[in-house]
Design a protein around this ligand. Structure first.
Ligand code: ADP
Ligand code: GLC
Length: 487
C-alpha cells in the first residue's frame, strides 16, 4: 500500500519522546513488509545539523491560509538504514526555532501548515496514498483536509485516513479565532459547532471526528480514554465512534535497542551471559560519580519530567527508600522545574546514592537501561511507554503503575511460579509505589546466591519476550486494509 505518514517528530531527526521513536520504527517496519511509505515532518533547526545531506524536492511553494501567505520548500533524506524517504517541510519562519514545540502565538499555524504541505507534496510528486496516517493533534487536521479542501483531487479519491493518539493529554486546543489560519475557514461547519460557539477549536477532536479509524498505542489506554477519568474531555466523542477506535500496542526497534549489539554501551550482553550487565553497572556508576557498592541495587530513571510521569509520588517515597536501604538511583531527564529540583535535592542529600544528569542524550539513555538493576516508571497515565519495554529487553525489571501500556506489558513477578517480569502497583499513591519498591527489594534480597538466581529468572522473563515491530505491524496492516479496501 501507499502510506503517507505525517508526524511532528521522527527520530533521529527530531525527538522529544516516544512519538519520535514510533514515527521512525513503524514506517521502517511497514517498508520492510513491502509498503511504499513516505514520511513527512517539519525541518526544525535541529534537523539541519552538519553532516546530513538533503535533496531538494520542491522549491517555494506558496499557500494562502486565511490571511497568511506561507512559502515553503521540501527537502528529502532517507530514514537512516532504510530506503524510506523522509520529506522535510522547510519554512524557517515557522520551524526555525530552538524547540520542536513552542508556546508561541502561531503554534496552530505551524502544524496546520504541516498537514497542508504533506498533501500538496503528494500532488506535486504524484504520490497517491491509500492511507494518510496522522499522529497526535499536530497532524489531526489531515482527515478533514482530505474530506474538504483536497476532495476535488482524484489523486486522493481512494485515500483513507487513520489517526493515532499517542497522548490525549495534548489536544491542540486553540481560540476559535485561529480558524482562518487553518485554511479550513470555508469548512467551518465541519468543526464541532458547540465548541466553535464557545470560542474553542480543538485539533485532536477534529481528527477524531473525521478519521476513518482512530488508534491509540495500547489496548488498555484505548479503553481508558473512553472513560471520563482518562478521556480529558474527549471520552464522549470516542465512545460515539467506538467501532473505529482500536488499541494497538507499540513495538520497539529491536535493532536499536538490543544489549547484544548496542553501540552506546561499553559491554554487550545477552540473557545467557549477563556478565556484561554488571560491568555496565560499574561503568554507569563510575561515569555518574557514584561508588560501586557490592550488591546494592541501582534504580534507573530516563524520562521527560512531566506531571504525566508520576514523579509526585517520589517526593515522599524516595527519601525513605534512600535513608533505609543501600539502594542507588541514576536519573536522566529534563522537564518541569519542580521535578528537576527534586532530583537535584536528592543528589545533594545522598551524594553516594543519587546522581542526576539534567538533560537527555541517546547514549546515556542506553547506558542507564543497561547499567541499572531496576527501572522506575510510576506514571500517572501512560498511553504505551517505551522505556519499560527497553528495560525488559536489557534485563532491568521495571517498577510501574498499572496503567495504559504499562499494564499491557509489565506483569508482577511471582517467585513461586517463576512468572512475571516486573513490579506493579495499582493505586496511584505513595503507599502503592512504596509497596512495589519494597517488593522489588525483597526479590532482590541479598543480591547474591539463591536470591541472585531468582533475580535471573525475573530478568530472563523480560529479556525473552518479543516486543519488536515485526509482530505489531500486522495490526496496522489489517487496519489499513479495513479502511482502504480499494487495495
Ligand atoms: P514519552 O513519549 O511519554 O516521553 P515513552 O516511554 O514512550 O514516553 O518514550 C520515551 C522515549 O523518549 C525514550 O526513547 C526515551 O529515551 C526518550 N526520552 C526520555 N526523555 C527525553 C527527553 N527529555 N528528550 C528527548 N527524549 C527523551
Ligand atoms: C506518547 C506517550 C507514550 C507513548 C509514546 C509513543 O509520548 O506518552 O506513552 O509510548 O507517545 O506512542
Amino acid at each position: 500500500m501507499n502510506v503517507l505518514f505525517v508526524s511532528s517528530e521522527v527520530a533521529p531527526f527530531a525527538k522529544t519522546g516516544g512519538l519520535g521513536d514510533v514515527a521512525s520504527a513503524l514506517p521502517r517496519a511497514l517498508s520492510k513488509k513491502g509498503h511504499d511509505v513516505r514520511v513527512v515532518m517539519p525541518m526544525y533547526s535541529r534537523v539541519e545539523v552538519a553532516g546530513r545531506v538533503f535533496e531538494p524536492v520542491l522549491r517555494d511553494v506558496s499557500l494562502s491560509l486565511g490571511g497568511a501567505r506561507i512559502v515553503f520548500s521540501v527537502f528529502t533524506a532517507k530514514l537512516p538504514g532504510t530506503d524510506v524517504p523522509v520529506y522535510f517541510v522547510r519554512c524557517p519562519g515557522l520551524y526555525g526555532r530552538a524547540g520542536v514545540y513552542t508556546s508561541d502565538h502561531d503554534e496552530h499555524l505551524r502544524f496546520a501548515v504541516l498537514s497542508w504541505a504533506a498533501l500538496v507534496l503528494c500532488q506535486r510528486i504524484g504520490f497517491r496514498p491509500d492511507v494518510a496516517h496522522a499522529n497526535d493533534w499536530q497532524t489531526s487536521l489531515l482527515p478533514l483536509l482530505l474530506k474538504t479542501m483536497f476532495a476535488w483531487d482524484g489523486l486522493f479519491s481512494r485515500t483513507a485516513s487513520l489517526l493515532t493518539i499517542h497522548n490525549i493529554g495534548h489536544q491542540g486546543g486553540f481560540d476559535a479565532r485561529v480558524l482562518g489560519d487553518t485554511g479550513l475557514g470555508g469548512a467551518a461547519h465541519h468543526f464541532h459547532q458547540d465548541q466553535l460557539r464557545e470560542g474553542r477549536l480543538n485539533y485532536l477532536l477534529t481528527g477524531i471526528l473525521y478519521a476513518n479509524a482512530v488508534t491509540t498505542v495500547s489496548p488498555t489506554y484505548a479503553r481508558e480514554i473512553m472513560t471520563p477519568e482518562h478521556g480529558v474531555g474527549l471520552d464522549g466523542f470516542l465512545r460515539e465512534r467506538r467501532d473505529i477506535v482500536f488499541g494497538v500496542l507499540n513495538g520497539i526497534d529491536e535493532d536499536e535497542w538490543s544489549p547484544e549489539t548496542d553501540a552506546h554501551i561499553a559491554f554487550r550482553y545477552s540473557a545467557d551471559d549477563l556478565d556484561g550487565k554488571e560491568k555496565n553497572k560499574k561503568a554507569l556508576l563510575d561515569a555518574a560519580g557514584l561508588p560501586y557498592l557490592a550488591r546494592a541495587p541501582v534504580f534507573g530513571i530516563v524520562s521527560r519530567l512531566a506531571w504525566q510521569k508520576g514523579f509526585d509520588l517520589c517526593f515522599g517515597v524516595l527519601p525513605a527508600l534512600l535513608s533505609h536501604h543501600a539502594a542507588q538511583l541514576v536519573v536522566v531527564g529534563t522537564g518541569e522545574e519542580k521535578y528537576e529540583r527534586l532530583f537535584l535535592d536528592l543528589a545533594r542529600r545522598y551524594p553516594k546514592q543519587v546522581a542526576y544528569k539534567r538533560g537527555f542524550s541517546e547514549p546515556l539513555a542506553h547506558q542507564v537501561e543497561a547499567g541499572a538493576d531496576m527501572f522506575l516508571m510510576p506514571s500517572r497515565y501512560e498511553p504505551c511507554g517505551l522505556n519499560q519495554m527497553y528495560s525488559l529487553r536489557y534485563g532491568t525489571p521495571p517498577v510501574v503503575h498499572k496503567t495504559g501500556g504499562l499494564a499491557d506489558t509489565v506483569t508482577p513477578f511471582h517467585a513461586g511460579r517463576g512468572s512475571g517480569n516486573g513490579f506493579v502497583f495499582e493505586h496511584f499513591d505513595e503507599g502503592g509505589l512504596t509497596y512495589a519498591i519494597r517488593r522489588a527489594l525483597t526479590v532482590w534480597g541479598s543480591g547474591a546466591g539463591a536470591d541472585r538466581e531468582r533475580w535471573r529468572v525475573l530478568q530472563h522473563n523480560g529479556m525473552r519476550a518479543r516486543f519488536g515491530w515485526d509482530e505489531r505491524v500486522t495490526a496496522y496492516e489489517q487496519l489499513y486494509r479495513m479502511i482502504a479496501p480499494g487495495r
